[in-house]
Design a protein around this ligand. Structure first.
Ligand SMILES: Nc1ncnc2c1ncn2[C@@H]1O[C@H](COP(=O)(O)OP(=O)(O)OP(=O)(O)O)[C@@H](O)[C@H]1O
Length: 387
């Protein structure tokens, strides 16, 4: 016999209703919590996107080379990076400045100095850009000739080596190319032990001073008053010394002239020359015939002769010229001396110029084939027979 299902009592119905309500409330809470978390996550992500991160704390990979770097190396590297950035900044500034000047003073008439300044800036910018281009060409991957020096040989080389590995990845510290170079360099260097090795190692080691450093220091050093005075004194002293030296040399030359055999016959020779039209003088070689006789004649006044002129000089107002009276003027004459060889003519002329303390080619000169080293002032002239 089928029994009819038992209809739920009012209590049961109430219980059922309350459990359903609880479940719904739980589900709502869970959903709320999930939505809150999602919202908080979205907010965090958005904030992160909008925040500028100045410092990224990334884990530093262990680099064995890094630990070898000394503080000085690090300083150098940091300085290099700073200088590179600074250069870019300064160039940009210069470019902007020139653009501003172009824009502002395009139609204004600038003074010469201002124009020169702008031109100088433009030229500096041009040079800097060209330098940059050249640097880019340097970075092109290519074979670098090994220098044959180890890295700690010199500061300059170390710097170059460093730049090389930074420029070119294929030349990095552990690359094949680099290892091969190091190996070749190592085999090319001989190592010998020495007895005084210990003593040498105790000697103070000096660092290389680069030219740039010297210039840098010199530029910073402004000479003081005492230094300027010292420099001036030194200049005066040098001039005095030079003058003294010149005087001493002249004195020696004049004394040497007097020691020549011909010197003691000077008076007799001058008299004989005065009395005779043609004179043959015979003397030992080196006795002074060529160098001294010409000078004696000059010193006796044979280069200046009184010449009588018929024409009256109109320019000279002070002189009274009577009609028919002949006027006497001084005229420069030249003493000529022939030499068998061109070299002899040149050499003797140089010696006589030195003894007379004049410049070769002025008062004393020479004339040889294809070359005439004399002037209107020349009074003693040496020449070869054909010239
Ligand atoms: N070019 C010279 N540089 C230095 N000294 C020179 C030069 N020419 C001549 N003398 C010096 O001058 C001196 C006189 O030389 P000089 O030529 O006048 O002699 P010389 O009698 O003409 O000889 P020679 O008969 O060989 O021509 C020489 O002893 C020599 O010491």
């Amino acid at each position: 016999m089928a029994s009819s299902p038992k209809s739920p009592s009012s209590d049961d119905r109430m219980n059922d209703a309350s459990s359903t309500d609880d479940e719904e409330a739980d589900a709502r809470r869970t959903t709320d919590l999930r939505e809150r978390d999602a919202f908080a996550k979205r907010l965090r992500e958005r904030d992160e996107e909008q925040t500028k991160k100045r410092f990224r704390t990334e884990p530093v990979a262990h680099d064995p080379d890094r630990s070898k770097l000394s503080v000085q190396d690090l300083r150098n590297k940091s300085r290099r990076v700073y200088l590179a950035n600074r250069k870019d900044k300064k160039l940009q500034e210069l470019e902007d400045e020139l653009a501003d000047e172009d824009y502002l003073f395009k139609d204004v008439k600038l003074s010469k100095r201002e124009q020169q300044e702008i031109q100088a800036k433009r030229y500096a910018l041009y040079l800097a850009r060209e330098h940059e281009k050249a640097e880019q060409m340097e970075n092109v991957e290519r074979y670098h000739m090994p220098t044959g020096k180890s890295e700690d040989t010199s500061k300059a080389d170390r710097y170059r080596e460093d730049m090389r590995s930074a420029d070119n990845k294929s030349h990095a510290q552990n690359s094949d190319q680099r290892r091969w170079e190091d190996e070749v360099i190592h085999t090319a260097i001989s190592h010998y032990g020495s007895l005084d090795k210990e003593a040498k190692s105790k000697q103070p080691k000096y660092d290389y001073i680069l030219d740039e450093e010297i210039q840098f220091v010199q530029q910073l050093t402004i000479p003081g008053v005492n230094e300027i005075l010292q420099q001036q004194k030194e200049k005066v002293r040098n001039n005095d010394q030079q003058e003294d030296e010149h005087k001493r040399k002249q004195r020696t030359l004049q004394e040497t002239r007097k020691t020549l055999p011909i010197y003691q016959f000077r008076e007799d020779l001058m008299k004989a020359i005065c009395d005779h039209q043609v004179l043959i003088i015979e003397g030992e070689t080196g006795s002074g015939k060529t160098t001294q006789l010409t000078q004696y004649l000059y010193e006796e006044g044979y280069c200046e002769a009184d010449i009588e002129e018929d024409e009256e000089d109109e320019d000279d107002d002070n002189e009274v010229n009577l009609p028919g009276m002949k006027k006497k003027t001084k005229k420069k004459m030249m003493i000529g001396c022939t030499q068998p060889r061109r070299v002899a003519a040149m050499s003797v002329a140089a010696r006589v110029a030195e003894e007379m303390d004049v410049k070769l080619g002025r008062e004393v000169g020479y004339s040889i084939r294809f070359e005439d080293c004399s002037s209107d002032r020349t009074v003693i002239k040496y020449m070869t027979d054909v010239s």
